[in-house]
Design a protein. Structure first.
Length: 384
């Protein structure tokens, strides 16, 4: 299943960053920062680079980075922005590159900045699905000849408008990813919203980052990586339990429908036999049946709850065993932490409190279901 990931960060001299270093990493080339004399050589990792392109000005990536540095005079200036995106692994390389390139063109049309987009394949020691893209974006508008504007693109720097623009960019990427997935025949899409906002009840995995991922690939054990393994394993178990619960509910619904049809057929057969044996009593039988129906309607109008069939009752009140099974499986995602971690007791306490809350809810649901079944029992029975 494809995942959504888009992060934006500023390239600031105050933090020791530079546009030259970022572009050299993105395009896997060797560049020298003329302002500091520092050299950045990533040519040994050239095999990771699949595609790259400068969007906007007609120049090489190194020249775009050099002019971005020259356009800023302050020692603590922001010389650019860097974006990292995850490409859907369900797409082939050509479709992934078209998706990334068209996204860069949309950013160019929206902000007028110069961009350098590059597509990287996964590390041979890492996850084979981790196809990702890097985007370098200037802080000033740039024309096709490479001339930088005297004014910066302030929409992304503003404290009020900046977060809104970031959310707008994330939405643009979400729309383009889902469009590409649908075109490839993939039904499941991606969402920029959190799991909680999507109504998904499972803990989110921790983001490792490039350095931490490299350490894990080299054999280092990290707490976040261990937690992610537990979450991934328990999420698969929860999905299996959810599927089993849905199958049981579907089976119960079909069974209740079958019983309802059998009950209707039995009633029709009894009426048919009574009519054939005593033709003169057919009218009285119909009147009696009408009185029974009117009696039920009267009881409902007098304040009792309206009658519902079993399928409706079961669909609105999930089975307590299924609820408890789902909870205990879900609780494992919170409590199955390495005993060497000091916060295991807190996780168990949270799981216990959550268990008590779920158990009380299940008991109340069962009591309500029993009360509804009591109110649905007919008060008048037809005598033959």
């Amino acid at each position: 299943m494809a995942i959504f990931h888009l992060s934006i960060r500023t390239i600031s001299r105050a933090k020791g960053h530079s546009a030259v270093a970022q572009v050299a990493y993105d395009t896997r080339c060797k560049l020298t920062n003329e302002r500091t004399g520092e050299k950045h050589d990533w040519t040994k990792q050239k095999a990771d680079l699949l595609e790259w392109q400068v969007i906007g000005p007609k120049m090489e990536p190194g020249e775009l980075a050099r002019r971005a540095e020259l356009a800023e005079k302050r020692w603590d200036a922001r010389v650019g922005r860097a974006m990292d995106v995850a490409l859907p692994h369900e797409l082939n390389t050509s479709a992934q590159w078209d998706l990334l390139r068209n996204f860069g063109l949309q950013l160019r049309d929206t902000y007028g900045a110069g961009l350098c987009v590059s597509l990287h394949q996964p590390n041979t020691k890492g996850d084979h699905r981790n196809v990702h893209g890097h985007i370098f974006m200037t802080t000033r508008a740039v024309d096709e000849d490479g001339n930088f504007s005297k004014k910066k693109i302030r929409e992304l720097d503003d404290r009020t408008l900046g977060p809104q623009q970031v959310e707008k960019i994330r939405e643009m990427w979400e729309v383009r990813c889902n469009r590409a997935l649908r075109k490839a025949g993939v039904t499941e899409g991606v969402s920029r919203q959190s799991l909680k906002a999507q109504g998904i009840e499972r803990p989110a995995e921790k983001h490792l980052g490039a350095k931490a991922s490299a350490m894990v690939r080299n054999g280092c054990r990290m707490r976040k990586a261990d937690i992610n393994k537990l979450i991934s394993s328990d999420s698969r178990r929860l999905a299996q339990i959810d599927s089993q619960i849905l199958q049981l509910q579907s089976h119960g619904h079909r069974r209740s429908q079958h019983q309802s049809v059998q009950s209707q057929n039995t009633t029709a057969q009894k009426q048919h036999l009574a009519t054939n044996r005593h033709p003169d009593r057919s009218l009285s039988l119909g009147q009696t049946h009408g009185m029974a129906l009117s009696g039920k309607q009267g009881s409902a109008s007098s304040g009792n709850r309206p009658s519902r069939n079993r399928s409706q009752s079961r669909s609105s009140h999930p089975h307590p065993a299924g609820e408890l099974a789902r909870f205990f499986a879900k609780g494992a995602a919170f409590s199955r932490i390495d005993p060497s971690h000091h916060f295991r007791g807190g996780q168990l306490l949270v799981g216990a409190l959550h268990a008590l809350r779920i158990f009380i809810r299940v008991l109340e649901s069962e009591q309500q279901r029993q009360q509804q079944l009591e109110t649905q029992r007919p008060g008048i029975r037809m005598k033959m």
